[in-house]
Ligand binder design. Structure first.
Ligand SMILES: C[C@@]1(CC(=O)O)c2cc3[nH]c(cc4nc(cc5[nH]c(cc(n2)[C@H]1CCC(=O)O)[C@@](C)(CC(=O)O)[C@@H]5CCC(=O)O)C(CC(=O)O)=C4CCC(=O)O)c(CCC(=O)O)c3CC(=O)O
Ligand SMILES: NC(=O)C1=CN([C@@H]2O[C@H](COP(=O)(O)OP(=O)(O)OC[C@H]3O[C@@H](n4cnc5c(N)ncnc54)[C@H](O)[C@@H]3O)[C@@H](O)[C@H]2O)C=CC1
Length: 203
């Protein structure tokens, strides 16, 4: 096993979730915002998943899992409460397909880290399945440290970075500028506007 964190573009991918309970719900909450097909295979699904199904945000195949169900999958999440079924999902997983085993993290080839996002800023925390509770505690700490202001702030940093590249300042001055705007005072939107207007004058 050699796990590494990656940011993966899942646009247009087929994601199969086997099982429709609490853990399936957690995975779907992570995945629902992206432009991928979510297919849930389970004889029953919980209220949250059902409401997404009703609004055509996911496909529900109301049935017990069978090997042929996951043909063409890019990512499979085995999330039933039956270990044998989860094992048969593993056996049916096509070669080169990503597999997340929620009942035995290290027996799949993909672990879902706990995630926390503020716009373009994202955190993923994993202990390689050693302590999900520590992961959850660390995410809480990050949430309080990096609050809602970071979403706008990271967009501000991006705008500044693009704009400073267009100026005729020296490389050293540009680097210094990029470092200076990391000061916490620029979490404040008035301070951000001051900088943006200064940058405007440079270009
Ligand atoms: C591998 C992974 C799954 C993956 O890759 O998908 C995995 C695996 C397993 N979890 C188990 C148990 C529990 N998991 C939680 C909670 C969470 N588990 C999460 C992640 C992951 N859990 C991934 C590894 C993350 C890493 O890298 O460290 C969190 C952080 C995020 C999320 O799931 O969204 C989420 C926080 C939820 C929140 O904050 O709300 C609780 C506590 C609770 O439910 O409150 C318990 C019970 C207490 C205990 O056992 O510690 C078991 C035993 C199952 C059994 O006994 O049958 C396995 C199987 C195994 O041991 O591998
Ligand atoms: N990764 C994690 O964070 C955690 C993982 N787990 C593991 O995840 C498993 C699932 O937990 P929950 O979602 O809470 O269980 P749950 O009981 O809420 O949901 C299980 C779902 O699997 C479906 N299912 C059962 N047999 C099936 C089959 N043959 N084909 C298709 N679907 C089938 C059920 O209909 C149900 O929708 C647990 O057994 C446990 O091993 C548990 C806690 C946390």
């Amino acid at each position: 096993m050699s796990y590494i964190p990656l940011m993966v573009d899942m646009q247009g991918k087929n994601i199969y979730i086997i099982g429709g309970g609490n853990v399936a719900e957690r995975r779907v909450k992570t995945l629902i915002g992206i432009e991928a097909s979510l297919i849930v295979i389970s004889p029953d699904i919980n209220e949250y998943l059902y409401s997404l199904y009703e609004h055509d945000r996911l496909i529900w195949r109301r049935k017990k899992f069978e090997a042929a169900d996951v043909k063409g999958a890019d990512l499979i999440i085995a999330a039933t409460n039956d270990k044998q079924v989860n094992q048969s999902v593993k056996t049916a997983t096509p070669e080169h397909c990503a597999l997340n085993m929620t009942d035995a993290g290290l027996s799949g080839n993909v672990i879902f880290p706990a995630m926390y996002r503020r716009g373009k800023l994202s955190f993923a925390v994993s202990t390689e399945s050693a302590s999900p509770m520590l992961v959850s505690q660390i995410i809480k700490e990050l949430k309080s440290q990096y609050d809602h202001r970071y979403e706008e702030y990271v967009d501000f940093l991006y705008t500044c970075r693009m704009a400073i590249k267009e100026t005729s300042l020296s490389m050293e001055e540009k680097t210094l500028f990029l470092k200076q705007i990391l000061s916490k005072k620029y979490l404040n939107s008035t301070k951000q506007e001051e900088i943006l207007s200064w940058l405007n004058d440079q270009n």
